[in-house]
Design a protein around this ligand. Structure first.
Ligand code: IDP
Ligand code: MG
Length: 140
């Protein structure tokens, strides 16, 4: 079993899609072991996406991620990060496979509903960004 970090982004929360997306995450057999709702500060969003600093979309991304509530969650599954990346689809919904979350719900490459960690190392770092170990439920 491994863990990944997912975030329901502000477009997901604002459009009242959180329940539907969570139901699909659960139907796909990801186990939710931590979940909270947060409003990110500019500093926090900038830090979370620091790897993209200097890219043309960075300021817009920080603006978007601070525009409303986010729902970060920790998911468990075998090969969690890879499975979740497949499940959400490509960054741009136009390139995402049919049946993926981004293809089905996202309106643009920027406002693409959901975040998923892209490696086990980043999953650990990103989980630690939002959750302390004692906020993560042990389901074993
Ligand atoms: P990912 O979320 O699929 O891992 P990244 O390349 O890591 O994609 O980019 C992080 C986020 O930045 C994306 O999910 C999206 O919200 C935003 N983003 C990435 N590329 C673009 C772009 O070309 N235009 C607008 N927003 C972008
Ligand atoms: Mg990424």
């Amino acid at each position: 079993m491994s863990r990944t970090l997912a975030i329901l982004k502000p477009d997901c929360v604002r459009r009242n899609l959180s329940g539907e997306v969570i139901a699909r995450i659960q139907k796909a057999n990801f186990k939710i072991v931590a979940l909270k709702m947060v409003r990110l500060s500019k500093q926090a969003a900038g830090e979370f996406y620091a790897v993209h600093k200097g890219r043309p979309f960075y300021d817009g991304l920080v603006e978007f991620m601070t525009s409303g509530a986010c729902i970060p969650m920790v998911l468990e599954k075998e090969n969690a990060f890879e499975e979740f990346r497949k499940f959400i689809g490509a960054t741009d919904p136009k390139d995402a496979m049919p049946g993926t979350i981004r293809r089905d719900f996202a309106e643009s490459k920027g406002e693409n509903i959901v975040h998923g960690s892209d490696s086990p190392e980043n999953a650990e770092r990103e989980i630690g960004f939002f959750f302390s170990e004692r906020e993560i439920v042990d389901l074993q």
